[in-house]
Design a protein around this ligand. Sequence first.
Ligand SMILES: NC(=O)c1ccc[n+]([C@@H]2O[C@H](COP(=O)([O-])OP(=O)(O)OC[C@H]3O[C@@H](n4cnc5c(N)ncnc54)[C@H](OP(=O)(O)O)[C@@H]3O)[C@@H](O)[C@H]2O)c1
Length: 285
Amino acid sequence: MRKVLVTGASGQLGSAINSNKAKFENLNFIFKSSQELDITKQDAIEELLDQEHFDIIVNTAAYTAVDKAEIEPEKAQLINATAVQYLAKSAYKRGIVLIHISTDYVFDGLHNKARTESDDTNPIGVYGKTKLEGEKLALQENPKTIIIRTAWVYSEFGNNFVKTMLRLFKEKSQISVINDQIGSPTNANDLAKAILKIACSEKQVYGIFNYSNEGQCSWFEFANKIKELVQSKIEILPITTSEYPTLAQRPAFSLLSKEKIKDTYGLEIPNWDESLNELLEKKDL
Ligand SMILES: NC(=O)c1ccc[n+]([C@@H]2O[C@H](COP(=O)([O-])OP(=O)(O)OC[C@H]3O[C@@H](n4cnc5c(N)ncnc54)[C@H](OP(=O)(O)O)[C@@H]3O)[C@@H](O)[C@H]2O)c1
């Protein structure tokens, strides 16, 4: 039996891990929300790890407001980098494996080819910069660190693109969606199962891994697939990034290569549209 601490437990991924945990009988969990464990408080981390023995920490806690990060970079740095260093240091002292979640935003999105784990990073905004810093600090402080970079996460939990689209489909007759940013949507439930499979794995391999669903699409194509699956009559117009200005720039092409995680951990990754269908069929969102 391995004991797992999940931080940021009330977030989207933390909730998906909680919802999928029953399938992993050899893992025992403690879930801590931001109220129960603020990862920017090093003393609180130390106190918890002194009280309870853990084999693995899954850090899903993060500052995820991509645009707001541009106006409060210190807060993003504190949560996405400094706090990750605290977690990694405290984990290292106790021989705990750290599974830390990162992002495709560590890349600039200027290459029209799926990025591998060894490709050069070059974040173009504060969020991506602080997440990259967090990756580096985690790997530096704890050699038993597994970084999982993911992208375009959605689920029945929290706020995400799928839930926003479903709401807009009810409220509007026409919407415009960006058609020149390409990526791979990721059902948080698939990502949660992948993380838990890695947590159970006999032989853990440390380092950086990419995980998203298979396939690729633009946000416009993603929106159209949701429309098709829920049989909405909304009109969706394609627009360019320049027609929808935001505080933070986003990578234009953010496909991640999944070969390393599939080969190392024997994962089978569903296609993004199958996973979307599964969520929309099962859940009343
Ligand atoms: N969502 C995506 O599309 C996406 C894409 C790529 C990578 N990722 C990465 O995936 C991971 C999970 O993301 P998510 O979608 O689950 O994000 P989320 O829904 O925003 O959840 C993040 C959680 O972190 C918590 N948190 C913030 N500051 C904290 C602190 N100081 N101490 C403890 N907890 C804190 C938040 O709590 P409060 O709400 O109380 O602040 C929230 O529950 C993150 O590392 C993110 O960078 C996400």
